[in-house]
Ligand binder design. Structure first.
Ligand SMILES: *Cc1c(COP(=O)(O)O)cnc(C)c1O
Length: 395
């Protein structure tokens, strides 16, 4: 008999996480994700979803999803390169390209699968990938799948990027520069115009993962490239349907060659089942809504401005955020955890972000303002913040 139990290590690893308080304590929604929802049996104001425009419950998206089920069923039956490429998938890609004002797009199952499958194919031995130090984990995983050299520049530091580009010029065959558009922990924005200009100067590819910028920044929510007036000049724009678009899925957008190359090469795309037709239908409806109902993006920014101003006047430090992602900085982890608990007791759902996700002394509550919150919802949340902030001595 073997003395080793094959899975004993799992329980040990888990208990180690618990002892350090690094384990995820999963919350359970008993309602739709909405401005007022039910979490762990309690009615709360939602302040931590990515559902920026509240499209996940928009009547047009629900109707679009239900209307295709009768005719097309609930699954696509295959991966897209074999028998799972439906007309509705291609229609969605044409709609994304039109919305983003670029030649073409390719839809993946998720934003994560987009980064993992695509970055892995954009650089190889003899090439270099240059990343912002705070890029999203799915970008890091994509980079890890390549044999390319890696360079990392300090967060949003364009002199640092330029230095790496100068050093790489002439040394590597291809240069790929990758940055988040909006950084999800701090809510700050990458200087996309400068990144694009530097890439153009050095003949490098630019890759902007705008998961938190699509539906939020730019004209009608067209994202960071629109916000910085560089539409059509970013080599690869990546977005997700799981945040402001309210559904699920990922995409890359850019030139025709990018699309053809990407679908022939990305393993996450080639080897994984395509979206159910109802998902594609709901995503198309989300683009329809963005193109015809500008009020959602407007409301999002009205709410964002109000919440940020009020949080600051109450005395909270909201860091360097310039988007609906609004941190309430707390310092040490224990304070952020205590503040979140006190907020929940007062009917506000907002989760702490602590080490190792951010530095030890940069623990915070991360709030995400959404369009569907009423002024009364925001005022109630702000009152809870003021009381709870005093109680746990963050204020
Ligand atoms: C959320 C996020 C992703 C993952 O998108 P999914 O579609 O949810 O898989 C990728 N990149 C960034 C920057 C994100 O914030």
């Amino acid at each position: 008999m073997a003395t080793r139990h094959p899975t004993a290590w799992m329980g040990e690893a888990y208990r180690d996480l618990v002892s350090k308080d690094f384990d995820w304590k999963l919350r359970t929604l008993q309602s739709a994700s909405a401005p007022r929802c039910t979490v762990d049996g309690k009615k709360v104001i939602m302040l931590c979803s990515n559902n920026y425009l509240n499209l996940s419950t928009h009547p047009k998206l629900k109707a679009a999803a239900t209307s295709v089920i009768e005719e097309f069923g609930v699954g696509s039956g295959s991966v897209r390169p074999i028998a799972g490429n439906m007309a509705i998938h291609e229609e969605l890609e044409r709609r994304v390209a039109r919305f983003k004002r670029v030649e073409a797009s390719l839809v993946y199952q998720t934003g994560f699968a987009t980064n993992q499958g695509l970055i892995a194919q954009l650089a190889d031995k003899g090439d270099i990938i240059i990343s912002d130090e705070l890029n999203h984990g799915s970008i890091i995983d994509g980079v890890r799948l390549t044999k390319a050299e890696r360079g990392v520049y300090p967060h949003n530091d364009m002199a640092g990027l330029e230095k790496l580009l100068k050093e790489s010029d002439g040394t590597y065959q291809k240069i790929l520069v990758i940055s988040d558009g909006v950084f999800s922990m701090d809510g700050d924005v990458a200087p996309v115009k400068e990144i694009v200009e530097l890439c153009e100067r050095f003949g490098a590819m630019s890759y902007i993962d705008d998961a938190h910028g699509e539906g939020v920044l730019g004209e009608g929510g067209r994202g960071a490239a629109s916000h910085f007036h560089v539409e059509g000049r970013v080599t690869v724009e990546v977005g997700t349907f799981s945040k402001a678009f309210g559904v699920v899925g990922g995409y890359c957008a850019g030139g025709k060659d990018l699309r053809s190359y990407a679908y022939n090469k990305s393993r996450s795309w080639l080897l994984s089942g395509s979206h159910p037709p109802m998902v594609a239908a709901a995503c198309i409806a989300a683009i329809d809504v963005l193109e015809t109902e500008p009020q959602h993006v407007e409301r999002l920014w009205e709410n964002t401005r109000y919440f940020k101003e009020q949080m600051q006047s109450i005395g909270f430090d909201i860091g360097r955020s310039v988007t609906p992602i609004t941190p309430a900085m707390c310092g040490e982890s224990a304070k952020a955890v205590a503040l979140s608990k006190a907020l929940f007791a007062a009917g506000v759902f907002a989760l702490p972000i602590v080490f190792p996700m951010v530095a030890r002394d940069k623990a915070r509550i991360r709030n995400i303002v959404t369009a569907g919150l009423s002024r009364a919802d925001l005022d109630e949340a702000l009152r809870a913040y003021e009381d709870a902030g005093r109680k746990v001595k963050v204020l």
